[in-house]
Design a binder for this molecule. Structure first.
Ligand SMILES: [Fe+2]
Ligand SMILES: [Fe+2]
Length: 186
């Protein structure tokens, strides 16, 4: 079984790879994605699933086990909410329409800051209090949740873990049905 941090790290690495393709490693926009529209849609889908899985299982674990976990989860929720609003606009934008580059740049900076917040400020605290068994179970929950997760950001949906498990599952089904019709993500 894979531990929670390896599962999350694999996602973060994937997101960083897509961001590098879109905007380059650092500095002003210098991305070299052959298919920026496709990469952006992939980024939206990957991020939507990743953040939904975190909201369902990762942040509740932080709140339950880490001293000061509520404060960390609140800050993350604020960051993730901001990210979702940008991604929802990006989902509808097209390269060349002016907003696209702006949104990609905005998400790259917000997304990278969010990933750094999780990896540097939250992971060490949770890692210190989870047993290997608990970490493996959390990794399994995250993996399963991600497979079933929504492929769109849903910035206006309730994001409490309980609401996500019910409303989120329904939204995920609608997302996937729409993806199948439009060929999105193929
Ligand atoms: Fe997150
Ligand atoms: Fe994350």
């Amino acid at each position: 079984m894979t531990d929670a941090f390896s599962v999350l790290k694999a996602d973060h690495t994937e997101v960083e790879t897509m961001l590098t393709r879109l905007v380059g490693g650092s500095g002003p926009a210098s991305g070299s994605a052959g298919d920026p529209a496709g990469t952006a849609q992939e980024l939206v889908m990957e991020e939507s699933r990743h953040e939904a899985a975190e909201e369902m299982y990762f942040w509740p674990a932080v709140q339950e086990k880490v001293a000061g976990g509520d404060r960390l989860a609140d800050e993350a929720e604020r960051q993730e909410g901001e990210g979702k609003r940008v991604l929802d606009e990006l989902r509808k934008a097209k390269p060349g329409d002016g907003r696209f580059d702006e949104l990609v740049t905005a998400f790259a900076s917000a997304g990278r800051a969010h990933i750094a917040f999780e990896e540097e400020q939250v992971w060490p605290k949770l890692r210190a209090v989870l047993s290997p068994q608990e970490s493996a179970e959390l990794g399994q929950e995250l993996t399963t949740a991600k497979q079933a997760g929504p492929t769109r950001p849903h910035p206006n949906a309730p994001d409490s873990p309980g609401a996500l498990k019910t409303a989120g599952a329904a939204a995920a089904m609608v997302d996937k049905a729409r993806d199948a019709v439009t060929g999105r993500g193929n």
